[in-house]
Design a protein around this ligand. Structure first.
Ligand code: BG6
Length: 528
């Protein structure tokens, strides 16, 4: 009898082990399929998921987070039973919150009401553990969970960074994180220099593991930025010429034709270098310049970015131009210094251009010119890779080849090259090989960067998020000049709103070998 019982127990154990193995296999398969609909925690189990949006009554949540969640839900890319809990201090009931979210566009969109039925709202303070427990209560009621049942949480902090630590600590202390997995999505600015960033990171890492943190840099979710790694490593033509033997300089530009758009209070504390250069432009830079990663896994790709950033010495003051927009030619635009929330004697730059150097065998001697600004002549983000002169004795007036990636507003890649003018004349003209996304792929419905990033957080995929060491390596490049500007109260050059920015920026680029060809105009330029 007891022998039979033992045999049965062994068979049961073997069966249990087999079930475990099969579950692992199923989960691996699901993780590999791109559009999977269930959420998983770090160990990979499927269960109920609640997305908690802190700062739900604020601007970022309304403009970006909720629309992205709605689109993902409507496209069935996240589990249809997801629960989205909005949390903020503003007192509102569920109906009032629904009315607040139903803006003119969304309320007419398919599936929006269904999505809203998966949303609820809780009001309370951010730093009081007992008040935050209301979230847990709401989740358990809505998902019909037993008090001990586990569920997965994704916290989206649509809050000013000063709130990150208090709210994450209060959540941690409340005990709400104990059952099931926890992921935390946060937005920049991640500190204002190397020291403050390190402090913030170490405080967060005391409560949460690196694998639980998802630091957003929304540029990583842009279509052309995602394409960089493919273009570089899935084509054989680029790699042999992607180095200091063939490339003269690289220019990465982010221009905006508007000012601070009502965010001057925030902007004045940070300035353009911290707002877009140290993060968005450095992510583009890293993807252009890094070595081939061992694999496409998040850790391998981020390892390569970190290695590259560590090869870059801090920017020198001689290689930096800062500007601040004044009024425009008509005198009608409010100059930066007169905007609400800006200190009267503010030295905060709204424009910056700098040279980044890379001390490694591939790039030594190739300057990377990074430039960004608000209140300029157009809205455009692009990368220009300028090749060295051909050095041919056969032709005169040969312009260097230039490979251009337009990241926005409309994605395109083109290679500027010399060609013969068709016909009897033996003339040369600068022409191009052209891949314009509109023409090639149509005006397809491309996902917004936030959609991609939030979806990746649902999938526990870290590739498009910024790792602690990456952040710190990037701050190391900028912190000395940021401190110098502040300590010496360096006055930015005032430039006219709606122009190309301070002339000094062009002089800086010319000094590093950049050539501007006035004669050439990319044919699609007007439609961009
Ligand atoms: C944000 C900055 O991170 O990026 C803004 O805070 C800037 O100042 C914006 O305008 C640019 O993003 P995009 O996607 O509009 O180019």
């Amino acid at each position: 009898m007891s022998e039979n019982l033992n045999e049965l127990r062994q068979q049961l154990d073997a069966a249990k082990r087999r079930i475990d193995e099969l579950e692992v296999l199923v989960r691996q398969k699901q993780a590999m399929s791109s559009g999977h609909e269930e959420s998983r925690d770090e160990k990979g189990s499927d269960r109920n998921v609640a997305m908690v949006v802190f700062g739900a009554s604020g601007d970022l949540a309304k403009r970006k987070t909720y629309p992205a969640l709605y689109h993902l839900h409507a496209k069935k890319l996240i589990c249809k039973d997801v629960l989205v809990v909005g949390y903020a201090r503003t007192k509102m009931n569920a109906d009032e919150f629904g009315a607040y979210m139903r803006d003119d566009v969304l309320k007419k969109s398919d599936g929006f009401e269904e999505f809203l039925s998966r949303c609820c709202y809780v009001s309370g303070n951010y730093d009081k553990p007992d008040e935050l427990l209301q979230i847990d209560k709401e989740v358990r009621t809505r998902l019909q969970l037993e008090p001990e049942a586990a569920y997965d949480r994704i916290y989206y902090l649509a809050l000013p960074p000063v709130m990150y630590e208090p709210v994450l600590k209060a959540l941690h202390d409340s005990g709400i994180n104990k059952k099931g997995s926890t992921r935390v999505i946060i937005e920049k600015p991640f500190g204002h220099d190397l020291e403050s960033s390190c402090r913030m990171n170490s405080n967060l890492l005391r409560m949460y593991q690196e694998s639980q943190l998802y630091r957003i840099d929304h540029y990583l979710g842009k279509e052309m930025v995602l394409n960089m790694i493919v273009l570089r490593f899935a084509n054989s033509v680029f790699e042999p010429i992607w180095n200091n033997r063939y490339i003269s300089n690289v220019k990465i530009t982010l221009k905006e034709d508007f000012g601070t758009q009502g965010r001057a209070g925030y902007f004045d504390k940070y300035g353009i270098i911290r707002d877009v250069m140290q993060n968005h432009l450095m992510q583009i830079f890293a993807l252009i310049a890094m070595e081939s990663p061992v694999s496409l896994s998040a850790e391998d790709v981020r390892d390569e970015k970190v290695k590259l950033l560590r090869c870059c010495p801090p920017i020198s003051m001689d290689d930096l131009v800062v500007g601040q927009y004044g009024t425009d030619a008509t005198g009608k635009v409010v100059p930066y210094l007169k905007e609400e929330g800006v200190a009267q004697d503010s030295i905060t730059p709204t424009f910056a251009a700098a040279i980044i150097r890379i001390n490694n065998p591939r790039w030594s001697g190739v300057p990377f010119i990074v430039k960004c600004g608000k209140g300029l002549n157009e809205r455009k983000t692009e990368v220009r890779i300028q090749f060295k002169q051909v050095g041919s004795h056969l032709f005169k007036d040969v312009a260097p080849n230039e490979l251009v990636f337009i990241i926005q507003p409309k994605e395109a890649i083109y290679l500027k090259m010399m060609s013969k003018v068709p016909g009897f004349k033996n003339e040369l003209v600068q022409s191009e090989l052209n891949l314009s996304y509109d023409q090639r792929y149509g005006n397809g419905d491309q996902p917004d960067a936030y959609e991609r990033l939030i979806l990746d957080a649902f999938k526990t995929e870290h590739n498009l998020f910024v790792r602690t060491d990456e952040l710190e390596a990037s701050w190391s490049i900028y912190t000395p000049v940021l401190h110098y500007l502040q300590a010496n109260r360096v006055k930015p050059t005032i430039y006219e709103f709606g122009t190309r920015g301070p002339k000094e920026s062009d002089y800086l680029a010319y000094r590093y070998g950049w050539e501007r060809h006035e004669g050439y105009c990319w044919p699609q330029y007007k439609s961009v």
